[in-house]
Every structure is written in C-alpha cells, then in structure tokens.
Design a protein around this ligand. Structure first.
Ligand code: ADP
Length: 226
C-alpha cells in the first residue's frame, strides 16, 4: 500500500479553493504553509491554518525568504489572476520544488501551467461543472471522472441486464462497461447491507443501484439505455 503523504505543503492563494484545501490538509494532520497577498484575508485565516503569511508570490525573493524552496510540495491555488498564477508556478519550478500542483480556470491556462513547470493541473470549477451536468442529465446518480477518458458512475440497470447473471448480460460486448458493485433495492429499506462487489453470478433487479466503470462515452451510453 502506498504510504500516506504527510510531507508539508505550501498552499499559495487562499481564495475559496485554496483555503478549503489548506483547512482540509491541516485537519488531516499535514503541515501547511498558507500564503496570500491580501493581508486582511491572511489575518482571517490565523487560527484555522497554523502557518499563514502575507506575501506576493510573484516575487522570487519573497519566496526565498519564506523558505518555500525547502518544501517538496506546493499548490498554486491562484485562479483569477492568471498572470500571477503562471509566474508563481514558474518560480516554484525554478526553485526546484519536486511536486507542483496548480489550479487552472481554463484549458489554455492549464496548458501554460504545465509548460512552466506544474506537475499536476487541476480544474475544479470545470470538473465540478461537468459532474453536475451529468447528474442533471437524469439517469446518472453519481459521477466521478477518474482519468481524462474514464469514469465511475452510480446508476440503475437497464432492462436488458436485469434478471440474469452478469456473466450472461453482454455488458462488455454491448456497452464495453463493467459493473463493479451492487446495492440491492431491498438494502434501501434497511434489510440488507449497502454496496457489495459484483461477481459473474450476480443477478441485478429493477431499481438496484450499481457502480459501473468504463470509458466516459461508454458509461454515458449505458446509463442512457432504458
Ligand atoms: P477562488 O476562486 O478559489 O476563490 P481566486 O483566484 O479568486 O480563487 O483566489 C485566489 C487567491 O490568490 C486570492 O485570495 C488572491 O488574493 C491570491 N493571490 C492572487 N495573486 C497573488 C499573488 N501574486 N501572491 C499571493 N497570492 C495571490
């Protein structure tokens, strides 16, 4: 099993995303240095984030003085000010930080962040928008994109796969998806446990909840089947 990552993290930009991230890391026992250039905001974070400081992270001297170069991990959570986000990311790269995460507000922004040295680009607004669109579309009850082209969804089985063992359901050849877990309908009335792993012998019923994995197109097609 991979070791838990508890190495200290610098979080730059304590807007909605950065401050939520920093608080969550602190809660999980990770040491965090939070930096923002708005003194009032920084003041309001004292008490929530043990180490929080006002600085302009587009200034390499400020980064050096704060000892940012000693950290192996950093998150650039500046979004709106694209110039500051890009400059900060490139300075962190120049300082040799091994693991740089950066928030992008558009695809182009993300591409530039990768070019200037971000090792991971996250697009929380975009990803959440896509996720909510899937949920609003109706049949998908939960949706998590696990890679650019792969997703896990929670949905209900279409008519053609109900009442027969999964091994005979042609899930792979017809939709190219895999059912990994099932929560029988009866479980919702409290009579059975929640989700359990699906096996080739599992027989689905109408109304069961299932977790399905596959390419995004494939799981969408599957969920759209009546
Ligand atoms: P969110 O949508 O998550 O609130 P924002 O882009 O609005 O993201 O917020 C980013 C934060 O980054 C703001 O609090 C802002 O003060 C901070 N920030 C912007 N530029 C700099 C900079 N040069 N140095 C440090 N912090 C910065």
């Amino acid at each position: 099993m991979a070791e838990l990552q508890t190495e200290p993290v610098v979080v730059i930009g304590l807007g909605r995303f950065g401050s939520a991230l920093a608080r969550e890391l602190v809660e999980r026992g990770t040491e965090v240095l939070g930096i923002d250039n708005r003194p009032k905001l920084v003041q309001s974070m004292v008490g929530q984030i043990p180490h929080v400081i006002t600085a302009d992270t587009t200034d390499i001297e400020a980064l050096r003085q704060l000892g940012v170069a000693e950290f192996n991990r950093a998150v650039v959570a500046i979004g709106t000010d694209i110039q500051a986000s890009i400059l900060t990311t490139s300075l962190l790269s120049e300082l040799g930080i091994a693991d740089i995460w950066a928030k992008a507000i558009s695809e182009q922004h993300g591409k530039i962040l990768e070019r200037v040295g971000a090792h991971h680009v996250v697009a929380p607004e975009h990803d959440m928008g896509e996720r909510v669109a899937h949920l609003l579309s109706g049949r998908i009850l939960d949706y998590v994109e696990v890679d650019a082209d792969f997703a896990v969804i929670k949905t209900k089985p279409p008519r053609d796969v109900v009442g027969i063992p999964l091994r005979d359901s042609k899930l792979r050849s017809r939709w190219d998806v895999t059912v990994v877990a099932v929560k029988p309908q009866a479980a919702m009335a409290g009579r059975q446990p929640g989700f359990t792993y699906a096996t080739p012998d599992t027989v689905l019923n109408y109304g069961d909840l299932i977790l399905v994995v596959g390419a995004i197109d494939a799981v969408e097609r599957f969920a759209a089947t009546e």
